[in-house]
Write a protein that binds this ligand. Structure first.
Ligand SMILES: [Mg+2]
Length: 359
């Protein structure tokens, strides 16, 4: 088999409309700002990934960084471990975190995609796993008394067996009402999670968490500031509901600190922030060491492959932030994501949509 080398990088920015704006306790995300990365190789193989920048303000700097990485990566063997070492060395002094990490993780994910294509197998198989169905929950927002139940009914009708909603309203009463309404709509057999998006103080999170206990929640996510691991541990001690966190860890080291602090019952690293496929693999080994159930955060497509090889795999978050610009969005059947049985990750752009939403 002829070796695969990087020939060029192409980064494009899009700002994709969302069917439902993501309404959280700390603000609204009403579009999906993505930087799409194509790694062209010396063979007829293109590795693809995307970065989610949370705000359109992040698009230009992430794209610029990827553009400037091209010279460094041109001619490199598509060996993600070696590429990671190269990039870590190059950014050691600047700090491989934040926007830098977002760009380097996009390179990592695209390199793994290219490598799996080169070997002619789905990423899950390249990593020693198999193509299978991954249980998923539908990820909703602070959708209010009309849209909330409507989305919940639609999800259940589509076969989903778990739903997450956002809470952290102005008052405890509103939080209890919104959870009660969804529980009433979907019944007791659907798993129900809540996400506070860091919106509460530690005492208030405990007060609200206790008031929500009768609803049998599967987890309460980021009840307080994400960097406050001891605060999370206090909340965890006070509640019967499991505490979930992890989407804001920018390294496996942060994840380790949180686990050692007893901050969470469950973990949910974000494949991009944790460092791409390479970072995820180390995170999943850490979760396995501590026997902590591990879920994904957005990035449905690549997370499905990765959960297939995660020893403590828990839930896949169904968010579909890139669906409008994908030629073949991930398929869900009976509440589970189907890992696509194609070489690589299975990401292909819908070029017409990419052009329409280009920034
Ligand atoms: Mg969250």
């Amino acid at each position: 088999m002829q070796d695969l080398f990087i020939r060029s990088l192409r980064a494009r920015a899009v700002n994709v409309p969302l069917e439902f704006p993501v309404r959280t306790s700390v603000g609204v995300v009403d579009t999906s700002p993505l930087v799409l990365l194509d790694i062209e190789t010396n063979q007829d193989i293109t590795g693809r990934s995307y970065a989610f920048t949370y705000t359109p303000l992040g698009l230009a700097p992430v794209r610029a960084l990827l553009d400037s990485l091209e010279r460094l990566l041109e001619g490199q063997l598509v060996a993600p471990h070696e590429i990671e070492k190269l990039l870590q060395g190059r950014f050691r002094l600047l700090g491989n975190t934040g926007i830098v990490k977002i760009a380097t993780a996009a390179v990592d994910m695209a390199a793994w995609d290219a490598l799996a294509q080169h070997r002619g197998v789905p990423l899950a198989k390249l990593l020693g796993g198999q193509v299978k169905a991954i249980p998923a929950y539908d990820s909703h927002s602070m959708d209010g008394p009309q849209l909330g139940p409507e989305r919940a009914r639609r999800a259940v009708a589509q076969g989903l067996k778990a739903i997450k909603i956002k809470i952290g309203h102005k008052t405890l009463k509103e939080d209890v009402q919104s959870v009660a309404l969804i529980r009433e709509t979907v019944g007791d057999d659907v798993h129900l999670m809540v996400d506070v998006n860091q919106g509460l103080s530690v005492p208030e999170a405990i007060r609200r968490g206790r008031a929500l206990e009768p609803f049998g929640l599967a987890w309460i996510e980021e009840p307080t500031l994400q960097e406050d691991y001891s605060g999370h541990a206090l909340i965890r001690d006070a509640l019967k509901t499991p505490v979930q966190m992890g989407e804001n860890w920018f390294s496996v080291d942060e994840m380790h600190k949180a686990i050692v602090a007893g901050a969470a019952d469950f973990v949910m690293p974000d494949v991009m922030k944790i460092g791409g496929v390479s970072g995820w693999l180390r995170a999943s080994a850490l979760a396995a060491t501590y026997q902590i159930p591990m879920s994904s955060h957005i990035f449905d497509e690549i997370s499905a492959h990765l959960l297939a090889v995660t020893p403590t795999a828990h839930w896949l978050e169904k968010m579909g932030l890139a669906d409008p610009i994908l030629a073949k969005p991930l398929v869900y059947v009976n509440g589970a994501a189907l890992v696509p049985d194609v070489p690589g990750v299975g990401i292909e752009w819908n070029e017409e949509a990419v052009e329409r939403f280009a920034v």
